[in-house]
Every structure is written in C-alpha cells, then in structure tokens.
Design a protein around this ligand. Sequence first.
Ligand code: ZN
Length: 484
Amino acid sequence: MKTITFLLSTTLFLCSLSTIGQKKISKNKQEILNSVEKHQKDLIQISDQIWAFAETAMKEYNSAKILADYAEQQGFRVERGVAEIPTAFIASYGSGKPIIGIMGEFDALPGLSQKAQTTKSPLKEGDAGQGCGHNLFGTGSLGAAIAIKELMEKGKIKGTIRFYGTPAEEDLAGKVYMARAGLFDDLDVCLDWHPDYENKANMQSTQAVTDYTISFKGISAHAAADPWNGRSALDAAEFFTTGINSMREHVEPSVRMHYVYTSAGKVPNVIPDEASVWLWIRDSKREGVAQVSERMKNIAKGAALMAGVEYDIKLNSGLYELLINETGAKVLHSNMEIVGPITYTQDEISFANQIMKEYGLEENGINGNIKPLETKNKNPSGGSTDVGDVSYIVPEITLLATTAPYKSPWHSWVVVACGGMSIGHKGMLYASKTLGLTMVDLFENEKLRKEIKAEFLKRKGDEVWKAMLPEGPPPVPAKTESSK
Ligand SMILES: [Zn+2]
C-alpha cells in the first residue's frame, strides 16, 4: 500500500480567521488565538519529540523534562518531582485568586511503537508508542497555559495559572498520588482535554475502578506420589474466579469485572503452592465498585477455605468516576464554536482512509466538526481515568478533540501514527486555543466560577474523596539506562 508522508509545512493551519471573524470576540480572546499561532511551531516540535520518546508510566524522564524546560523558558515557576514522582511537575505563573489549573499527560503504551505512516511498521521493534495521543495532550495543554500567562504578563487578567505535568495515566494512577499530596486542593477550576475522533465538550462520565491482586498460598507436594500432603493454591484461584464469574449474574449491568492469572504453578507434577489473580472491578459509580469489592472479599475467603490454603488481598489502586460539569461544558462548547471546526487537506483525508483500510475498518474520513453539546447523561463508556479523582476535588472541564480518523481503534498503532503527523497536530492546536479561550472566561467571570462550583458541590453530594492507594510512596520504578 502506498504510504503518504507529510511535510510539517502542510500542518499549518486549521481554521481560517474568517471563521473566527463570524463571531465577535474580545481582545483578550484574540490574543489567546494569536499566542497559540505564535508558538505553534515549538508546540508541534515538542509534541513530536515526546511522540518519539514514547516513555511509559513513571519513566517519562525526557518527556517531562522537555515540557518543564519549555515552561521555564516561557517564564513559569517550575517545581519538579512533586508528590515524590520524579516525572511529575507543576509550572505556575501569576499570583493570588482565582487559581485555574490545566493538566497535561505524556505517557505512552508498551508495545505500540509505530511510524507516522499508513502501514503498520514499528519505529523501533518492541518499543512503546503514543497509542492514546498523550504527546499531544501534554503539549496542547501547555500551549493554552502559555497563552494565558502572556495575558497575565500584560496585566490583562489576574490570578494564577497552573500547568500540571501529570505522569503515569495509563498505569499506576499518577494523578491520584498528586491528589493525595493535596496539589489540586486550592484550585477554583481544573481543565484538561483528551485526543479523540470527535470534537466535543465532554458530558460523559467514566467508570470508577479498583485494581486488586488476590494471592493464595498452599503446600506443594508430588502431584502423583503424595498429593494428600499438598494443598493447591491454584485450586483456590480457580474457585475464586468461578465465584467471580457466578457473581456476574447478580450485579448491576453497569458492573465490569476482568482478571488474569499472574501465577498458577510451574509444572503439572508439583502441586502449586502459590497462585494469584489480578482483578479489576468497575462500575459507573465508586459506591457500586465498593459494594462488589466487599462481595469479592468473601469469595476469596470462601475459595481459600475450600482449598485449605491461605489468602491475601492487595489493593493496587482505585480511580473515581469522572464528575462532569455541565456549566463548564457549555462555556467550553461556546469557545469551540469561536475556533470553528477543524478542516483537513485532501492528503490528510486520504491518509485517514488508507490507515483505516489497512487496519481493517471502515473508511470514514476525519471528523473535524463540533459535536452538539450532549445534555442527557449517557452511561459512561468503558474505561477509567485518574482525571476522575481530580474531578471529585475541584470542578473539572474536559475537552475532546479530533486527532485521528473517525471511529479509530484507540490504544492502537493507528492512533500512534496520526499523533505523529499533521492530523494529530491540528487537534492539539485546536485544544490549545479552545482551552485558552475557556480559561479567559474563567479568569474574567467570577459569577461563572461560582456557578461551576455550585454545580460541582451538588453533583459531588456527600462523597468525601479519599485516595484509593496502598500506604507508602508511589511505585516509581528504578531508573535504568533506557529511561534516562
Ligand atoms: Zn489517554
């Protein structure tokens, strides 16, 4: 199949000024758009570098450094290694209230290395790849923060802008450790965005999840000579998963449970004295996960009793569902309309169609339109994010922006390829602009901030946020040569 590659010059640019001209916008908002355009070359370069680094959870040393260094060059105060995570950082500018936060991720997914082309070919065999577009996410958010900082510098808005470099979203729940350290507590509002195949102000929650390891310990013996002396940990693990599978019929339809065996014996002629199951329990609400978790604990106990072995349940981490904020989403939506839809060249549309065909999916082009605001809450889509925890601490507004062909398979080489070329870059710059404009409204309009806060308090209700984490410091892996 023919491969199309793009020159960086074709990435410039997305929405014409005439589209913007249809809506009258304030001088401050015009300055945001100008700032993103002024920095777009740098932003694309940084994003492409993070795309090529493709560093996984808690090992994003180069990715965090390039973002933190750029923020520092732009005049932000940068605090590195926050919450005992070397790759977590906060870049701030300004002083006093209001304090608006914006989050940026940058971690990659293992095994997804891919070139920015329409056929499947790893950049480096076996390496990680940006299968969730986090290179665009981190850089795009920083672009918005820089635009706000420039307005503050000129004295046109007052308060504090804070960019959060949030590592380890795909694994190890980086934001939950940052939240446990109290780093989000004093924010008035927090924003973020996520790469997607549609442009919309997010009105959809995510699933709460809790991640456990259940281990069984028995007695090994010769499986044929004296099995009566053995007690099988694997039997217990099998009783346990049978119990979990039977429970599926008696839980709410919104519950999801999935597991793998992480240890199940070594050879058939030795009765396994160790076996373990890695289990995730999800539901649309934290409360639902908590209820199923209690039943899971009894199943583990019962399984251990049946097999005559010991058991242990370890909490690895847990995430809250995302609390949406309709007031915030409406403001975001109005600013998306100012920026206008993303337009694509014929080459980009051909790239999108060819890559989808190559993957084996329908060729639907790229959707750069702005989706109407959804006002009815649907059930959350399958998946969880550590943004959920932040959304229980402060009001949170999320943008989704197109960075891949319509209906792209997420966490796949398709998303990696598009995130390293103009389709991804356009979505990133669109996010910088839209989030920058929205922050202008948040800084300027106290009444709006109050309304957003009131809705947040109403949706949160009595729930008191508590980090679902084991005791002790974050699980930062030892630094290796490859993760300098
Ligand atoms: Zn993601």
